[in-house]
Design a protein around this ligand. Structure first.
Ligand code: UDP
Length: 162
């Protein structure tokens, strides 16, 4: 078999983030957004919606059958959330780093979950964990015309990337 060539240079990614109902209720939407903005990520899609149970069940389909599945569906559906798409080089892992570990009691201080959370079941924000889940989640929550085209490149990028 021929080895697949690894693309050279930085890879721009889109990732799906969602401020969960506890983040909205606690007045932390702006506090969270500012952390991604000042890191250097580009906000390319955003809407507040109250997701249905079926949207959340589809979003968390990989967890169906687990003990916490019903709890996460109750927590996430029927309350307003802020769904967002953020773009940048390595955006998926960069956003996961800004968010912190799943369990807020283990998450590093300086991360969103480390700074503001107390329990896994109330961990404030979701972020896609890889390229496949990012593509799937963006397609589930957004229509293509709700996402800024890749041709809209922020002027600041020349100072973020060499
Ligand atoms: N979750 C939970 N209890 C658990 C594990 C997960 O309530 O024992 C919830 C939690 O809100 C978490 C989400 O299910 O963020 C999805 O879990 P995952 O392991 O994918 O964590 P994440 O990618 O959000 O860090």
């Amino acid at each position: 078999a021929t080895a697949q060539a690894v693309p050279a240079g930085p890879v721009v990614q889109d990732t799906f983030l969602c401020v969960k109902p506890d983040g909205v209720e606690r007045g932390l939407i702006g506090e969270m957004i500012v952390r991604f903005e000042r890191k250097g990520l580009q906000l390319v899609g955003m809407k507040m919606i109250t997701p249905s149970r079926s949207l959340i069940e589809t979003h968390y389909a990989e967890h169906r059958g687990k003990g916490f599945f019903n709890g996460i569906c109750e927590y996430m559906s029927g309350h307003p959330v802020v769904a967002m798409v953020w773009r940048g080089v390595d955006a998926i892992s960069v956003c996961r780093t800004v968010i912190g570990a799943t369990n807020p009691t283990k998450a590093a201080m300086g991360t969103i979950r480390g700074d503001f959370g107390m329990q896994t079941g109330r961990n404030l924000i979701h972020g896609s964990d890889g390229p496949e889940s990012a593509a799937r989640e963006i397609g589930l929550w957004f229509r293509p015309e709700e996402i800024t085209p890749a041709s809209v490149v922020p002027c600041i990028n020349k100072w973020l990337y060499e």
